[in-house]
Design a protein around this ligand. Structure first.
Ligand SMILES: *[C@@H]1O[C@H](CO)[C@@H](O)[C@H](O)[C@H]1NC(C)=O
Length: 427
């Protein structure tokens, strides 16, 4: 009796479990479909998954995005570019350091004060949202968030100088997170250089192990500052909006200027290497897109710029089109659509020449660095203005598409808006 019942119960149990897993499996699959598309898309970097934290404490963090060339074979030329995100709490300081990389910084949120230190002096700037600034490789800098309430959020493009894809931050101070680079020198070199006994050097610069209290080590590279300290530090800072002495490293603002495209659906701001010396030096463009919910950035491609974009607010749907040779048949090409569901802090890449369209499912903002930007052109594939297809002669359109050239022209002319259009037009 008992012997027979046990296997029977077991059997029911297994059947029950099997039915559960089948039904869960289906739900799971349906739920995952759109996400899987995003996950399989080698040009899309979900913010939770692809950032690597370099430093983190209660005052903020510094994190770097996964190498582009490791994520996709199609963007190997982005090997020498890294994306870094910095966030810090109100009344904090990112300690002085330098990097073996040229940095291009952009303020996404907050109003930091940045100080660049050189042998012949220092320059402090009060930055605001939308400000960009180049920090040349090797320049010591520190960054204050002087605000009492607002968090600071900065995105940086790092272009390493020693190695492709690798760069390091060199901090002066010893903290729990890392050692001062000065500590790398031997006792003899330090004593001779500072003309001081090692014990004293150790006490003043590195903080003795036994020492507690005032001179003990910091908890990390982001520290809290008192209001009086902040007031003193920012007294001589120049505002980015005030035209100060012209300097190579003067910050400049991307969003306080006239957008290059604007209508009721959206705006696009852009500064190219052609009109800014700091960007020319790096051969990078910066752009900022502001889209209303329910609008579409119509299909277009960049002629030579490779775009690294960061979603700063809202949600959207990306469609990016590439091509590849048919897997079974040679000499046959097929288009491939890469989709992604975009949300805040996500990163996406638009390779040069790949057509792209973005649907704003809520109000959507994103910021972008364009690499290899000199002489870049944005070619639109629909809409009234800057539409490259409308420049192809009718006689050629005649043989390019199945319909007559005239019919093609009529179709192209139908859309009266440019750049940004209604994503759900009434037919
Ligand atoms: C944009 O997304 C919305 C919401 O999902 C959808 O209803 C609309 O059809 C999409 N439009 C385009 C052009 O993809």
């Amino acid at each position: 009796m008992t012997r027979a019942r046990v296997p029977l119960l077991l059997l029911f149990g297994i059947l029950f479990l099997a039915s559960l897993s089948v039904s869960f499996g289906i739900v799971h699959q349906e739920h995952q479909q759109s996400q899987e598309e995003s996950e399989d898309n080698p040009f899309y970097f979900n913010s939770d998954k692809w950032f690597h934290t370099l430093y983190r404490n209660q005052y903020g963090h510094l994190r770097v995005l996964q190498r582009f060339d490791q994520r996709s074979e199609q963007i190997q030329n982005l090997e020498n570019y890294r994306l870094v995100e910095f966030k810090s709490k109100p009344n904090t300081l990112l300690l002085p350091h330098h990097a073996d990389a040229d940095l291009l910084l952009f303020v996404l949120n907050g109003g930091p004060v940045i100080t660049l230190v050189n042998p012949d002096g220092r320059e402090s700037y009060i930055l605001e949202q939308g400000d960009a600034q180049k920090i040349p490789a090797g320049t010591i800098f520190f960054l204050i968030n002087p605000d009492d309430n607002e968090d600071l959020r900065i995105i940086k493009l790092a272009i390493p100088v020693n190695n492709p894809h690798i760069f390091q931050d060199f901090f002066l101070s010893s903290t729990e997170a890392q050692q001062s680079y000065l500590q790398g020198f031997s006792k003899n070199v330090l004593e001779a250089s500072f003309d001081t006994e090692f014990k004293e050097i150790n006490r003043v610069l590195f903080g003795d192990e036994e020492q507690q209290g005032e001179e003990s080590q910091q908890e990390g590279v982001i520290v809290e500052l008192k209001r009086e300290q902040i007031r003193e530090l920012i007294k001589h800072a120049k505002s980015s909006s005030r035209k100060a002495l012209s300097s190579q490293n003067e910050p400049f603002n991307l969003i306080n200027r006239k957008p290059i495209y604007a209508n009721k659906f959206g705006r696009l701001f852009e500064i190219t290497p052609e009109n800014n010396p700091q960007l020319k030096d790096l051969n990078v463009l910066i752009s900022y897109v502001d889209m209303k919910q329910g609008s579409l950035l119509i299909p277009h491609y960049n002629s030579r710029a490779r775009v690294i974009a960061v979603v700063t607010k809202g949600d959207g749907k990306l469609e990016l089109v590439g091509q590849r040779e048919h897997q079974e048949q040679e000499e046959r090409w097929e288009v491939q659509r890469y989709r992604a569901e975009l949300s805040e802090d996500d990163v996406f890449i638009i390779p040069a020449a790949y057509p792209v369209a973005i649907n704003a499912t809520s109000n959507l903002n994103f910021f972008a660095f364009g690499i290899n930007a000199e002489n870049n052109q944005r070619n639109f594939l629909a809409g009234d203005k800057d539409n490259v297809i409308s420049e192809i002669p009718t006689e050629v359109l005649d043989v390019t598409f199945p319909a007559s050239g005239e019919k093609v022209v009529k179709l192209i002319k139908k859309q009266s808006e440019s750049y940004f259009v209604d994503a759900q037009p009434e037919q």
